[in-house]
Design a binder for this molecule. Structure first.
Ligand code: ADE
Length: 239
């Protein structure tokens, strides 16, 4: 996958892309990150934002440096790619959107700053708009990093253990079951004996029950979306 990032602050990405899974994905040549400094494509490099027409606080990012950057990329690449604007007005980013994006071959993430984009960026680029949550950050850079991290780890081959994304939280709209590692007892807290029993059938049952129980307790809203066929009312009675 190729990921193009359009930003006024490319340096912000270097650390995040240069560590852990995002770095490994690049080293395995499963992903390529390209940073584009929007300022470099502005007709006047000292002026990438301006006061809003009609008045109001703050500055708005001008359309021309963003369009210039996108058009420069389009001149040297195939046209089949997904454009994403990071904005608090976008659809709420989720694990299922991450799964869809992980199947794309080319993503372009466009980070706004200041009070947002000139509306013609929205109208003219026809991009998907994504928000990482109902709060306003000072720019789209951190949201872009969140999206990249969530997507890249789902690209086949990025994580060593192919199964390690299969059981994690939000798959089938359930939270992940509790996990333990050595030692078997720590500060008086014991690992549930079934997990050390070697009985795979029983272990699977325990994990499924605990995933449901945990989701019921912490995120009951998710259970409306699961394909799990358990009757949750019965389940709560039984526990
Ligand atoms: N830019 C500023 N706030 C944001 C948010 N919550 N999500 C995505 N982009 C943003």
């Amino acid at each position: 996958m190729r990921i193009d990032i359009l930003t006024l602050f490319p340096e912000m990405f270097e650390n995040v892309l240069g560590h852990s899974i995002l770095k490994i994905a690049r080293e395995k040549a499963l992903v390529q990150y390209n940073l584009f400094n929007i300022r470099e494509y502005a007709e006047n490099k000292r002026c990438v934002d301006d006061r809003p027409y009609g008045g109001g606080p703050g500055m708005v990012m001008k359309p021309e440096p963003i369009f210039n950057t996108v058009e420069a990329i389009e001149r040297e690449t195939d046209a089949r790619y997904k454009k994403i604007l990071l904005t608090p007005q976008g659809s709420r980013f989720s694990q299922s959107i991450a799964r869809d994006l992980a199947t794309e071959s080319h993503l372009m993430l466009i980070c706004g700053h200041y009070e947002g984009f000139d509306e013609r960026v929205r109208i003219g680029l026809d991009a998907m708009e994504l928000s990482i949550g109902d709060y306003v950050l000072s720019g789209g850079e951190i949201p872009a990093m969140v999206v990249i991290d969530a997507v890249v780890r789902l690209i086949p081959g990025v994580l060593g253990d192919l199964d390690s994304t299969a059981n994690e939280s939000f798959n089938d709209s359930l939270l992940e079951y509790p996990q333990y590692t050595r030692p078997s007892e720590y500060k008086g807290m014991k690992v549930p004996s079934v997990l050390m029993s070697g009985n795979h059938q029983k272990i699977k049952e325990w994990q499924r029950n605990h995933a449901i129980e945990r989701t019921l307790k912490k995120r009951p809203d998710l259970l409306n979306k699961t394909t799990e066929t358990t009757d949750f009312a019965d389940y709560t009675d039984k526990k």
